[in-house]
Write a protein that binds this ligand. Structure first.
Ligand code: FAD
Length: 427
C-alpha cells in the first residue's frame, strides 16, 4: 500500500472531522464531502421541520438534522471532547451539560485548530460510492456540478439520525389524531393543552416528555422498560405505561397493561434507521433491521477492508471518544501501522458476535447497541490504539490487554462516574 493515500470522507460531523484529522496527521490526502453548507452535522440546529411530521412521504424535502431548540448534551462536556482537544472552554453556556450551540462552536474550533476545515467541500453531496477493481469511485453533486473522482479509500461518516423509525400497532391506519416523530420536534408550543402519548424511553423521549409536560394537558410515556422514569415523579401530568396494545378510530390508545387514554397526539421517539443511499457494494454491505453488516468491530466490512470503513455506527456509547478511537484505528490501518486480521478471521469474529447476540435473545436491531458492553468495546476492543505503535495486529493487542480484574475495575469506575453524571443532569 502506498504511504500516502487519497481518501474520501463522507460527512463533516464529528466522525468526519475526526477521520479528517487522523488521516491528515498520518500524511494522507483527504477530501471531506459535506452536503450541508457548514460543518458540525447533528450539531447544526435547523428550525425547519419536514412537511410530513412522520417523515414517511418519499417526496418530502429531507431535513438533515434532528435537534430541538432547547437541547443540551446528555453527556457532560468533559466526555464530549477529544484526547488532545478537551471541551473545557466555556463559550456562552457554563453548564456541565452544555447547549447544542456550545457544541457546534467547540467543533468549529476543533476544525480550525487542526486545519480540518481546509479539507471540507461544503454543499457537496455524495450520491454514489462504488468499488472499481481496487479503487473507489465517488460521485458527488454541488449545485449543477456533478463529478466522479477516484480514491484509494472511503470512510463513511454520514450520521444515522435522519431517517426516522416509526412504531406500528393495530388500528394505526384509522387513528384520527396527529402523529409526529422526534426528528421533526423543535419547540413545545404545538403541544399546549394536548394529551400526548410519547412512544419510547431513550434520551430524546426523556428530554422531550419533560419539556412538553410543562405545556401539555397530559403526557403518557409508553415504554417497554419497566423501570420507573425519574421524570414521572417530577411532573404530575406525566404518567408511564407499558407498550401500546392498539389504537382506534375514537382516539383511544390502549396499553398492554390494561390502561388507556384518549389522546390528541402520538409522539414517536423511536429512533432512526441506518441509511447509506449512495453506497453500491453489490450487497456485500447490507442494512437489515438496523444491522449494518457484516462489520468487523462495527468499523470494517471484512470483504472490503481496509478500503471501506465506517465511523459512528455503535449507539449507547460515549460517542465522541468512541469516534476518536475508531478514526485513529482506521488511520493506523490505512497507514500500514496496524494490520487487520485476515478477511476470514474478521468474518469469523463478526459471525461469532452475531451468534452471541442471538444466544442472548437480542434482536438484530440491537447489533450496534453497545450498552452494557460499551466499556468493553472502548476499554478493550479499541484500547490498543493508544499504544498501537507497539503492536502490529489486533491479535497481539488482545494478548496485551489487561486481564479480568483490572479490566473490570476500569470499566466499573467509568460506569459509576457516568451514572453519577447522568443523575446530576436530572437535577
Ligand atoms: P452527523 O453529526 O449526523 O454528521 C453526518 C454529516 O454527514 C452531516 O453533516 C451530513 O450533512 C453529512 N452527510 C450525510 N450524507 C451525506 C452525503 N451523501 N454527502 C455528503 N455529506 C453527507 N451525542 C452525544 O455525544 N451527546 C449528546 O448529547 C447527543 N445528543 C443528541 C441529540 C439528538 C437529537 C441526536 C439526533 C443525536 C445526539 N447525539 C448526541 C448523537 C450525535 O449525533 C453524535 O454525537 C454525533 O454528533 C454524530 O456525528 P456523526 O458525524 O456520526 O454524524
Amino acid at each position: 500500500m502506498p504511504s500516502s493515500l487519497n481518501v474520501a470522507v463522507i460527512g463533516a460531523g464529528v466522525a468526519g472531522l475526526l477521520a479528517g484529522r487522523e488521516l491528515m496527521r498520518a500524511g494522507h490526502r483527504v477530501t471531506i464531502f459535506e452536503k450541508q453548507n457548514q460543518l458540525g452535522g447533528t450539531w447544526v440546529y435547523d428550525p425547519r421541520v419536514e412537511s410530513d411530521l412522520l417523515s414517511l412521504d418519499p417526496d418530502r424535502e429531507i431535513i438533515q438534522n434532528s435537534l430541538y431548540s432547547s437541547l443540551r448534551t446528555n453527556f457532560p462536556r468533559h466526555l464530549m471532547g477529544f484526547s488532545d482537544f478537551s471541551f473545557t472552554k466555556i463559550y456562552d453556556d457554563p453548564r456541565t451539560f452544555p447547549s447544542h450551540e456550545e457544541v457546534l462552536k467547540f467543533l468549529n474550533d476543533f476544525a480550525v485548530h487542526f486545519g480540518v476545515n481546509e479539507l471540507i467541500r461544503l454543499s457537496t453531496e455524495v450520491v454514489r460510492v462504488e468499488l472499481l477493481t481496487d479503487k473507489w469511485i465517488v460521485e458527488s453533486r454541488s449545485g449543477e456540478l456533478s463529478q466522479e473522482e477516484v480514491f484509494d479509500a472511503v470512510v463513511v461518516c454520514n450520521g444515522q439520525f435522519t431517517e426516522p423509525r416509526v412504531a406500528n400497532f393495530p388500528g394505526i391506519d384509522k387513528w384520527p389524531g396527529k402523529q409526529i416523530h422526534s426528528h421533526n420536534y423543535r419547540v413545545p408550543e404545538p403541544f399546549r393543552d394536548q394529551t400526548v402519548v410519547v412512544i419510547g424511553a431513550g434520551p430524546s423521549a426523556m428530554d422531550i416528555s419533560g419539556e412538553i409536560a410543562e405545556v401539555a394537558k397530559e403526557v403518557h410515556i409508553s415504554t417497554r422498560s419497566s423501570s420507573l422514569l425519574a421524570k414521572s415523579a417530577i411532573f404530575e401530568n406525566l404518567k408511564q405505561h407499558s407498550e401500546i396494545d392498539y389504537v382506534d378510530e375514537s382516539g383511544k390508545v390502549a396499553f398492554v397493561d390494561g390502561s388507556s387514554v384518549q389522546a390528541d397526539i402520538l409522539f414517536h421517539c423511536t429512533g432512526y434507521k441506518c441509511n447509506f443511499p449512495f453506497l453500491k457494494t453489490n450487497n456485500i454491505v447490507t442494512v437489515d433491521d438496523n444491522r449494518v453488516g457484516p462489520l468487523y468491530k462495527h468499523v470494517f466490512p471484512p470483504a472490503l477492508a481496509p478500503g471501506l470503513s465506517f465511523i459512528g455506527i455503535p449507539t449507547a456509547v460515549t460517542v465522541f471518544p468512541m469516534m476518536e478511537l475508531q478514526a485513529k484505528w482506521i488511520s493506523l490501518v490505512l497507514s500500514g501501522q496496524v494490520l487487520l486480521p485476515s478477511k476470514e478471521s474478521m468474518m469469523t469474529d463478526t459471525e461469532g458476535y452475531y451468534k452471541s447476540l442471538e444466544q442472548h435473545g437480542l434482536p438484530i436491531r440491537h447489533t450496534h447497541f453497545l450498552f452494557p458492553t460499551k466499556f468493553e468495546y472502548l476499554d478493550c476492543d479499541l484500547s490498543f490504539i493508544w499504544t498501537s505503535s507497539k503492536f502490529s495486529s489486533l491479535r497481539q493487542c488482545r494478548e496485551k490487554r489487561p486481564t479480568g480484574a483490572a479490566r473490570l475495575h476500569c470499566s466499573e469506575s467509568s460506569r459509576i462516574n457516568l451514572i453519577i453524571l447522568f443523575t446530576l443532569k436530572i437535577f
